[in-house]
Design a protein around this ligand. Structure first.
Ligand SMILES: *[C@@H]1O[C@H](CO)[C@@H](O)[C@H](O)[C@H]1NC(C)=O
Ligand SMILES: *[C@@H]1O[C@H](CO)[C@@H](O)[C@H](O)[C@H]1NC(C)=O
Ligand SMILES: *[C@@H]1O[C@H](CO)[C@@H](O)[C@H](O)[C@H]1NC(C)=O
Ligand SMILES: *[C@@H]1O[C@H](CO)[C@@H](O)[C@H](O)[C@H]1NC(C)=O
Length: 299
């Protein structure tokens, strides 16, 4: 059998590749910076996945679910803020295909990744003696819990669900191919994507997966949903497809909170405005306005 995977690279070497202009930077203007910003700080996030942590009264364990091609270290800005606020914070890296170098997550079939989240969250519930978690999910990570709830027994186990540029309605094939290229993963046929990274074609807005995800409604009844999108999203277009169509759902555009925020799809998790939004959703009682001041003020 003859096939060539021209460049299957780790995120780090993809950055080098981009720096050498082997891939035109114009293919994805913000991604090289994004990759560096998000994954360079890989390593321990102090206090994350502490199974001795006991949620304070009125709080639930918070489970963070990363985006396609990223790992749990993409939460290195968000998680410490939540931990400092006293939350018990948990995160997994899901969807790693050992045949693809680099350890990037979110590659495997979305159903199997949703099962990984289910197993992880069930264990968190058990170990923390809790009945419900709150979920914060980025991109593909923003739909796994919905699949868990709808098809894998997660009903009643999620209280709040915060989507950061979630792919609630999928995206376009060309956007997906663009981002795959920027990370150095580019297969020249759907068959190869399906072999090494089946999630990619499942994220296309017309896929069977997206149809099944949204059959009967694009939200989970009983869950408090909120979403934040960015107008500079190069992966999920149009950005309004991040939003959900149910009563009482909060759907916000980052630039309506702070017009100066230039964050694109991946760097959403590095934005202080987004972090303030997440804090506000998790605890509306102590909410502080998320706006441009959040950038300088910090937490
Ligand atoms: C884990 O949680 C326990 C209980 O709250 C705490 O005593 C301990 O310091 C935490 N460990 C880390 C590494 O944060
Ligand atoms: C677990 O939660 C239940 C119900 O809230 C409580 O009765 C029980 O004492 C808790 N167990 C532990 C080990 O905290
Ligand atoms: C956690 O799982 C163990 C093993 O299945 C079970 O014995 C225990 O009751 C569970 N604890 C909670 C709080 O669900
Ligand atoms: C999928 O995306 C394309 C490009 O934005 C759009 O033209 C099409 O209507 C979308 N289809 C569905 C089912 O959302």
């Amino acid at each position: 059998m003859k096939f060539s995977i021209t460049s299957v690279l780790s995120a780090t070497s993809a950055v080098i590749l981009l720096a050498l202009s082997a891939v035109p930077a114009s293919a994805l203007p913000a991604a090289p910076a994004a990759i560096q910003t998000i994954e360079k700080r890989a390593g321990e996030i102090s206090g994350l996945n502490n199974y001795s942590c006991k949620p304070a009264k009125g709080q639930r364990p918070v489970v963070l679910v990363h985006a396609t091609l990223l790992t749990l270290s993409s939460w290195s800005d968000v998680a410490p803020v939540l931990i400092k606020r006293g939350y018990c914070v948990f995160a997994l890296t899901y969807g790693v295909n050992k045949a693809v170098p680099g350890g990037m997550g979110g590659l495997n079939s979305i159903e199997s990744s949703a099962q990984e989240l289910a197993d992880f969250a069930n264990n968190v519930l058990n170990k923390t003696n809790s009945t419900q978690v709150d979920i914060v999910g980025h991109s593909q990570g923003g739909i796994l819990a919905r699949y868990w709830i709808k098809y894998l027994g997660g009903e009643g186990k999620v209280y709040r669900h915060v989507g950061v540029s979630p792919i609630n309605h999928g995206t376009t094939l060309s956007n997906i191919v663009t981002i795959a290229k920027a990370f150095g993963i580019f297969y020249d046929s759907q068959a190869l994507f399906d072999k090494f990274a089946p999630s990619f074609y499942q994220m296309v807005n017309t896929s069977d997966f997206i149809k099944k995800l949204n059959a009967g409604g694009d939200f989970a009844p009983g869950v408090i949903h909120s979403n934040i999108a960015t107008k500079y999203d190069e992966v999920v277009t149009p950005y309004e497809t991040c939003w959900q169509n149910g009563a009482g759902i909060t759907n916000l555009l980052l630039q309506d909170l702070c017009v100066l925020s230039l964050n694109e799809h991946l760097t959403m998790v590095n934005s202080n405005v987004v972090i303030q939004f997440i804090l506000n959703q998790l605890d509306p009682v102590s909410a502080k306005t998320a706006n441009c001041l959040s950038i300088v003020k910090g937490f």
